[in-house]
Ligand binder design. Structure first.
Ligand SMILES: NC(=O)c1ccc[n+]([C@@H]2O[C@H](COP(=O)([O-])OP(=O)(O)OC[C@H]3O[C@@H](n4cnc5c(N)ncnc54)[C@H](OP(=O)(O)O)[C@@H]3O)[C@@H](O)[C@H]2O)c1
Length: 163
């Protein structure tokens, strides 16, 4: 399983149930990388998508403790222990952990690689990703070139779990 996330300079990822910043180049890359593959996400992240609906052309695996949650268009999981069985049919696909904060924190130890869009600014946030720059198990393996969109600077970086 790999992580895909956009963070600001303080590893902030969201506020009030929304992303901190929308960068269209990042959205486009997210779509390109995840289409045809599998997303694993928390119920709040699903509900932050347009119309609260799963993203098209991807398998959307959603974690919720609510056993009555409507399962239309998604694969439901009621705890982390259920994930291997839920993901078993998709062994030929790439599995992306797509947030939010609670799911990243729980699944980081099970992941090998993190595709991190680094935004060079700091925003008020209420949800954070673990700081991989000071994480003893992770290291930066690819530093993307600096890009800019509407005055916002960002890079597509890759972190990997140390061997
Ligand atoms: N920057 C990024 O790349 C990025 C990506 C994704 C999301 N985000 C942001 O992150 C924020 C949302 O993150 P969040 O931490 O508040 O919510 P979240 O992780 O998306 O969802 C939390 C919910 O997931 C369910 N859940 C979590 N752990 C579970 C477990 N072990 N078993 C069963 N269900 C479990 C629970 O649902 P129930 O309450 O239904 O039980 C919980 O309330 C938003 O601001 C969003 O925009 C940012």
């Amino acid at each position: 399983m790999d992580i895909i996330v956009a963070v600001d300079e303080k590893w902030g990822i969201g506020r009030d149930g929304e992303l901190l910043k929308r960068i269209s180049a990042d959205m486009k890359r997210f779509r390109a990388m995840t289409t045809g593959n599998v997303l694993v996400m928390g119920r709040k992240t699903l509900e932050s998508f347009p119309g609260g609906k799963p993203l098209p052309n991807r398998v959307n695996v959603v974690l919720t403790a609510n056993r009555a949650y409507p399962a239309e268009g998604i694969v439901l999981c009621h705890d982390i222990g259920e994930l291997p069985r839920a993901l078993a049919p998709y062994g030929d696909k790439q599995i992306f952990v797509a947030g939010g904060g609670s799911i990243y924190a729980q699944l980081l130890p099970l992941c090998e690689k993190a595709y991190v869009t680094r935004i060079y600014d700091a925003f008020p946030a209420d949800t954070y990703f673990p700081d991989l720059d000071s994480h003893e198990d992770w290291c930066l393996t690819e530093k993307g070139e600096m890009q800019e969109e509407n005055g916002v600077r960002f890079s597509f970086d890759v972190y990997e779990k140390k061997a």
